[in-house]
Each structure stands twice: as C-alpha cells, then as structure tokens.
Design a protein around this ligand. Structure first.
Ligand code: 3HC
Length: 697
C-alpha cells in the first residue's frame, strides 16, 4: 500500500513520502502524511519535523487520475493537510529532491522552511493541465517571492531549478547533494532551526506587494488574453494572483478555490489531462512487454537528401547520433547540407542554440554519393520520392549492403509497407517511420508495423522515437496510415463544402476560429497542391469508387500549386506567406459549380466544423475498429502532434466524446441525406458505442 513512512531521528520526526513513481498525492499518501503530522504534533519529544520524498521525486502533485472522482475530495484532503501544517506549533522543513510540482510544491510552501537538492525542479505546472494551483499556490507563492516572478511561474508552468529558487527566496537552503545526503542536510538544518529558536514561519502571514498594482495587473491581463486564446486558465491565474495582492489570505484562498473548481470541471482541462495521459500511453503496446530487449542504435544512414531526408538527419544529430546522408547527385547533397546549415544557423541567431552546439551537430552529419556507408548503420531510413517503384529499388539496394540486424526503415506517408518489406530478404527488419514535415520540428512520428516486423524492431523504433524527442505512435498498414487516411475524409468534406457554396477563406476561417492552427486550404497551399493531385491520380486508378470534388484538380490544372508558385487556393505577395483571398479562385469554383449543376447556398461556420470534424472522428473510429490504431487516444495524439489540432479540444476522438457520440452519429446520418451523402457511412464502432451510451476514450 502506498503511503508515508514515519520515523524518529532523536528530537526530529521524519515523514517520508512513499508512493512511486512520482509521489502523487493520492488519497493513501495524503492519509499517511496526515497521520505523520498528527503523531509528530502529539509527541512532546519531537521538536521539529522533516517532510521528504525520494531522490527522484519530492512529489509530482495531486493525483490527476483522482480528479472528478470522489477520491479527490476524500479526507484528508490536501487542504486539510495544509491547514494542519499552518496550525503546527513545531517547525516543519520540506526537503526537496528531484522535483516538487503542483500540489507537491504547494505542500512544500505550506511547510515552514524549504531545503532543496542541487538542480531540483520546482514548478506549478497546473496551467498545462488547464487548471491552476488549487492548494494555496496562487496565494502563497506571490507572498514569498516577487509577484512578477510568481505570476510568471504560475502562468507558464515552467520549472525553476533550486539554485534560482534560492535567489528568489523560494528555497531557504541548498543542500550539497541529493539522496540520503539530502536527508542528512535537512536534519542538520532542522537542528539548527531549533538551536536558533526559530519556530514555524508561515507564508500566509506574509504580504504580497507590487508597485502600481492596478497597472501591473491590467497589463498582465491584456498580455495573457492575447497569448492564451481558447485556454481559460491563464486569465484565471491573473485573477488569483491579483487577489493575493489585494485581499487577505483567507479571502484569496476562496477566490482560488472557486476558480479551480470552475476550471477542473471545464472541457478544456479534461482535454489537456486526457492529452497528458494519452502521450504516456502511446509507448504501451499490448503484445510487446516494456522490457523487450532493443537493438543498439549508434549510427544512422538516410537515403535521399531532400527536405525530409535532411530534416531526419537533423533529428539524429540533435540526439547525438551520427547520420550519413546519401544521395546519387552531388548537387542534391550540397543543397541538403546547406539547408541543414541554414536551419541550424536560424536557431542560433534566435538564441535558441549555441554556436558550438550547432558545430557539434554539423560534424555528426556526413554526406556520401554511394551506398557504402549503409553497411556501418544500425538503422537505414529511405526518404526518397513517394513512389512504389522508386522505393522498391532503393530498399533492394539497402538490403544488399546493410549489415545483418540493421533496421530498414521506410519514410512513406501512404505506401504499403508490407509490399515494400516483401521485396527484401529480411522483412522482419523492415518498418515504416513516417516523419512529418519539417521533420526536425514536428513531434509526430507514425511507426508503421508491418505484418512481419519483428517485435524487437518495433520496440527499438519506439524507443528511438523517444530518443529523437518524438511522440511515436504505432500504426498498422493501410493507405495513409492513421493521420493521412483521416485527413483524406476531412479534405473530401472541405472540397464538397466548396462545391455547395463555401469559399476557401470561409472554411479555413471557421476551422481556425474553432481552434485549428490552420485550415485545409492554407495547409495545402503550404504543402503544395500538386502532391495531393499526384495522390488523387494514383487513387483514380487504384480506387475508382473514391468520390471527390474535382475542383482541386481544376486548380492544379492552372498551375496553382500554392505558396511555391505564388498562387494556390489563395494568392501570395512575393516573399510573403500570408494567404490573400483571390477572386480568380472564386470564379474557378463558381465555374465548377455550374459544370456540376449546383446552386450555391450560404453555409454556417457550425456546419463547416461539424462536417470536417465528424469526418475525422468517423474515419478514426474505423481505424480503431480495424486495429490500425491501438486505441482512441493514439488517434488523438496523431492529430494533436502532427496536424495542429488544438490541445484544449483533446483530439478528434475526444472531441466527439465531448459532443456525445449519439449526437455525432445523428449528425452523420443527417449529412448522409445531403450533398454527396453516399460518402457518409457511420463507422460500426461509432454506432455501437453511441447505442451503448459509451465514449471512444
Ligand atoms: N498524477 C497521476 N499520475 C501521474 C502524475 C500525477 N500528478 N504525474 C505523473 N504521473 C504518472 C504518469 O502518468 C506515469 O504513469 P505510467 O507509468 O502509468 O504511464 C508515471 O506517473 C510516470 O510519469 P512520467 O512518465 O511523466 O515520469 P517522468 O519522470 O518523465 O516525469 C513528472 C515526472 C515531471 C512529474 C511528470 O510526470 C509530470 O509533469 N507530471 C505532472 C505534474 C503536474 O502537472 N502536477 C500538477 C498536478 S495538478 C495539482 O497538483 C493540483 C493541485 O494544485 C491541487
């Protein structure tokens, strides 16, 4: 049973939090802490108390899994523990090793003194979960450290190392070392406090002050409103910190409590908490135990020095793994290396990378015209042109040179990985690694598991994903895998909406207002409309039954490929990426409507959002049903990390859950009776869950 341990060290009581892995303040641990405090208060021989966690974690905060369940309010609550600390007549020292986060730091702030190990991380990261510190953090921190620093810490959620905490006054003492030495230092510190006659020092009795408070908070509110569209927590945080300055402590706590309750029951916070756990689920693969031995990856080779190949090489170099870029043409290699250099130089000029680190990374990337260096690589990733015949030829060459046991990865976004694997002598070593462009920036990595992919190859690639700082998500083999297969249904609806009367700007505008980073037409202009055109031409042969609006083809026939040609769904001024609505495009769409005999109608934003989002969720449901995705939250993570989906909506499947699956199903059935209604087929999984009143997640 997870709890807290109580022990005596002479005249000092030690309460050790013991709830691995992060000392989350779940009900049992809270009970243990409370019992320890009561015992220490009662024992006349105890003169001071030390509260300590493990070397890794003082505490990661409230147990997020308990939120919105009766356990979160089961006594003793964190508030009751904190009230007990306030009432303690003996000094209590928090000894912080590893990290103190959220409720963990609030617990430490309610203790009377704080000693921390070197480089311990202190944070109130609640804002990242769509909430605010609800156990006094917004009232105590601004009373302890300068108000501007407190507001920054709470509104950003970013950690402060203990060394900076000492400068700010958040930490009273820095220990020389962590682990058992931290306990020894904390005991010595508590002894010293007793010797110096120092009693409890309560932050609640201190005052939070800031010059020109009204002006300070007005500015903070304006800046926060601008930076946090769609996220209610940051503005509520400003309100709470203002209360810390303007109201007595107990009044401020009431403000904090009310704002916390409001946020914790809101959809945005539920979505962000879903994302927190969804991200941690992605690496769990039911038939592959977490301790599966992985193959060492010490060197990589990437075939193709284009945008993707270069971006992938940067990912390896960033992780300290040497990468050889291979291309048949010297110009391609030169251009590829130059682009990489420019990318790094841009980051250096923005102050986000040191010149010496750039130099180190550049030395990790080498270039070669022949395949000889493939034989030294532990993983070879082909990133050549997206055509089956081209990729088949490249894979065969790799197969003839790569050493036994090397992973042969294909960076395809749509092609059949099983067919590619069947072309080599070692299909068990073949896997898909679908990086998203720009590969050195985007977090998503779809890892495509072929029918014959060996378990250790999958485990190794998933681990490599983490090393490359990606969110790696397993997908089965199908056309477009998870993300692009869903995208096809979404774009299909967006184009039908054009047929019916919408414009690129009305569709993009509605979806952006709803929260997407960009709408489909802006996105395609950026990526290049000719790419989708190529795919549609292939589809026309492979799947003649696939119905889509030909309006996009008309656009491409005019050479309107997007930003790169200065004209696409929008027009662009030279050197400027801002999309400008173009009457010529509206004429082109109007002409197409005439051709197919459609009279345009006014389409509300709500319909645009419903059609596009439910198209995503419906196809996502098919993908889960067919076992292509392991779980609904993986589908959500694909969209959250690869397609600019707003975190506060939780992903397409979570969003459908919040709308209610019966409502989503009813809307899909309604769309089925409208324009191109035959393209809507409710997913059997959606229908089943809706009938049972269940959710995807
Ligand atoms: N509640 C419940 N579970 C938690 C948790 C928490 N606060 N923090 C971490 N976990 C779980 C993770 O889900 C994971 O579970 P799994 O092994 O089953 O997947 C496990 O603990 C380990 O977590 P990580 O893989 O993230 O471990 P790391 O060592 O990489 O990171 C961490 C540790 C920095 C603490 C990171 O987990 C983290 O950022 N946690 C969230 C911290 C946070 O937001 N705290 C505030 C909570 S809200 C609060 O306190 C409200 C209060 O104001 C009233």
């Amino acid at each position: 049973m997870s709890s807290a341990d109580y022990s005596l060290q002479g005249r000092l009581a030690v309460i050790t939090l013991n709830n691995p892995p992060v000392n989350g303040l779940g009900h049992e641990l809270r009970s243990g802490i409370m019992a320890g405090l009561e015992q220490a208060a009662k024992d006349g021989a105890v003169k001071a108390v030390v509260v300590i966690g493990s070397a890794k974690a003082f505490s990661g905060g409230a147990d997020i899994r308990e939120f919105n369940t009766p356990k979160s309010s089961a006594t003793p609550t964190l508030h009751q523990i904190i009230a007990t600390l306030d009432a303690m007549q003996k000094p209590v020292v928090a000894a912080i090793g590893g990290f103190a986060m959220g409720g963990g730091l609030e617990l430490a702030l309610a203790c009377h003194y704080r000693i921390a190990a070197p480089r311990a991380q202190l944070a109130l990261p609640e804002v990242k979960l769509g909430i605010l510190p609800g156990a006094g953090g917004t009232q105590r921190l601004p009373r302890l450290i300068p108000v501007a620093d407190a507001l920054r810490m709470i509104a950003s959620g970013e950690p402060v190392p203990s060394e900076k905490g000492k400068t700010l006054g958040l930490v009273d003492e820095l220990a020389d070392a962590a682990g058992s030495d931290l306990l020894a230092a904390a005991l010595a510190y508590a002894d010293r406090l007793i010797a110096e006659g120092k009693g409890p020092r309560r932050i609640r009795d201190m005052t939070a002050r800031v010059d020109n408070a009204a002006q300070f908070f007005e500015r903070a509110r304006a800046e926060t409103a601008k930076a946090s569209r769609g996220y209610p927590a940051p503005l509520e945080i400003v309100t709470c910190v203002e209360a810390a300055v303007s109201k007595p402590f107990d009044e401020g706590i009431k403000v904090e409590r009310a704002r916390f309750e409001h946020l914790v029951n809101g959809t945005e916070s539920k979505a962000l908490r879903h994302m927190f756990f969804a991200e941690r689920q992605t690496s769990k693969i039911p038939d592959i135990p977490e301790d599966t031995p992985v193959r060492p990856i010490k060197r990589s080779a990437i075939i193709g020095a284009g945008t993707m190949g270069g971006g992938i090489a940067m990912c390896f170099a960033n992780a300290g793994i040497p990468a050889t870029l291979i291309d048949a043409k010297q110009e391609a290699l030169d251009r590829g290396l130059e682009t990489i250099r420019k990318n790094y130089a841009g980051t250096v000029s923005k102050g986000r990378l040191k010149q010496e680190d750039m130099d180190k990374r550049m030395t990790l990337i080498s270039a070669a015209l022949d395949y000889a260096s493939v034989k030294d690589a532990d993983i070879v990733i082909e990133a050549v042109f997206e055509r089956m015949d081209v990729k088949l030829e490249v894979l065969k060459r790799i197969d003839s040179i790569a050493r036994p046991g090397a992973i042969l990865a294909t960076n395809t976004s749509t092609l059949d990985v099983d067919k590619l694997a069947a072309s080599v002598s070692r299909p068990q070593d073949v896997i898909g690694t679908h990086f998203f462009s720009p590969a050195n920036v985007m977090r998503l990595l779809e890892v495509v598991r072929g029918a014959k992919t060996a378990k250790d190859v999958l485990a190794t690639t998933m681990k490599l994903g983490k090393t490359l700082r990606k969110v790696a998500i397993v997908s089965g083999v199908c056309d477009g895998f998870i993300g692009n297969r869903m995208l096809e249904k979404y774009v299909q609806q967006a184009l039908f909406l054009l047929d019916e009367g919408a414009t690129p700007q009305s569709i993009d505008g509605a979806l952006q207002k709803w929260g997407l980073a960009m709408g489909p037409f802006t996105m395609y202009d950026m990526a290049g409309n000719d790419i989708g055109w190529e795919v549609r031409k292939r589809r026309a042969l492979e799947r003649p039954d696939f119905v889509y609006s030909k309006v996009a083809d008309r656009l491409c026939e005019q050479g309107r490929y997007g930003q790169k040609t200065g004209r696409g769904w929008y027009r662009y001024e030279p050197g400027n990426r801002k999309p400008i609505p173009d009457p010529e495009v509206e004429q082109l769409i109007a002409a197409y409507r005439k051709e197919i005999g459609i009279a345009p109608r006014a389409i509300a934003d709500e319909e645009i959002v419903e059609r596009c989002m439910y198209a995503l969720a419906n196809e996502g449901a098919n993908i889960i049903d067919e076992g292509i995705a392991l779980r609904a939250s993986d589908v959500d993570m694909v969209y959250l990390t690869g397609y600019g989906f707003p975190p506060y909506r939780g992903g397409p499947m979570f969003y459908a859950d919040t709308v209610g699956l019966a409502n989503v199903l009813a809307a899909i059935e309604r769309f089925g009776k409208g324009y191109q209604g035959g393209t809507w087929k409710p997913s059997p999984l959606l229908a089943k869950l809706a009938a049972a009143g269940k959710t995807f997640n």
